[in-house]
Design a binder for this molecule. Structure first.
Ligand code: GLU
Length: 275
């Protein structure tokens, strides 16, 4: 089996040092394994993605000395596939319409949303529903397979998790899989593309560790393979805050315009604390 991983940025802003670390980690793992690292543009959220940020991704990665197989998969070119998957889940009774806003749900219940929190039928006519994955229906559909859902963590999760892990989708509750404004949500698109592209190994930051639990469940429901995961620590700024969570982190583009080449960026990443 060919070792195949991917770097899958969302063009919602210019890449920062944390993205460079994630990209270099994935590309280096592929090189060491004699495999390949694909680039995927995760641009389904049309409210936040912009073409100049996508162009920025290509420039920044080239600036790091990276190259990738063509063609690049852009999720916005495959919206019909994600819609079809959502429709399949809907037809199987695995998603339900939720008419409450995130704010209303947060006020109604502390913790992850569940089906009872939502108005499943007769929602206000003026509101478009979001479509939430029903953990209760998923558990019923999978029967005994539910208890066997899991994945291998080849690195270390944020709490040191390593080796075989049991999937705990309840940590995220009934996640939104579709919404009128953003279309089909990240969790669904990502599992479809990881399978479509034959991704065997996923490298990504600790900020996405919790997402893995939901994604493994979706793989189980859709009959898709579960890759091996490796989550890495995140770079910290000089005040100890994780770059992945920050909107105002200095962009790679700015570093480049200041004259820093790929080697200097790599050295800066190596010298930056991570947690
Ligand atoms: N597009 C996601 C992000 O930029 C990453 C997806 C993934 O690695 O699974 O945060």
């Amino acid at each position: 089996m060919t070792y195949r991983t991917r770097f899958a940025p969302s063009p919602t802003g210019y890449l920062h040092l944390g993205h460079a670390y994630a990209a270099l980690t994935a590309f280096e793992a592929a090189r060491q394994a004699g495999g390949e690292c694909l680039l995927r543009i995760e641009d389904i959220d049309r409210t936040r993605c912009r073409s100049e940020y996508e162009t920025g991704v290509y420039e920044d990665l080239r600036g790091l000395g990276l190259g990738w197989p063509q063609p690049v998969l852009r999720q916005s070119d495959h919206l019909a596939d994600y819609e079809a998957a959502l429709e399949t889940l809907r037809a199987r009774g695995l998603v339900y319409a939720c008419y409450k806003t995130r704010k209303e749900l947060a006020q109604a219940a502390q913790g992850a949303p569940q089906e009872g929190d939502a108005v499943a039928e007769n929602g206000p006519a003026e509101r478009e529903p979001s479509w939430r994955l029903s953990l209760a229906a998923a558990r019923e559909a999978l029967c005994a397979k539910w208890d066997r859902l899991g994945f291998v963590e080849n690195g270390h999760g944020p709490d040191g998790e390593t080796g075989p892990q049991t999937a705990r989708p309840e940590v995220n509750g009934d996640v939104v899989l579709g919404r009128k404004d953003i279309g089909v949500a990240y969790h669904l698109a990502v599992v479809i593309d990881d399978a479509r592209q034959g991704i065997t190994h996923i490298h990504r930051g600790h900020d996405l560790f919790a997402a893995t639990h939901t994604q493994v469940l979706l793989q189980g429901l859709l009959g898709l393979p579960t890759p091996v995961y490796r989550h890495h620590a995140l770079l910290l700024d000089d005040q100890g805050r994780r770059l992945a969570k920050r909107k105002d982190s200095k962009s790679l583009r700015d570093y480049r315009h200041e004259g820093m080449d790929a080697e200097a960026i790599r050295a800066l990443i190596a010298a930056t604390p991570k947690a």
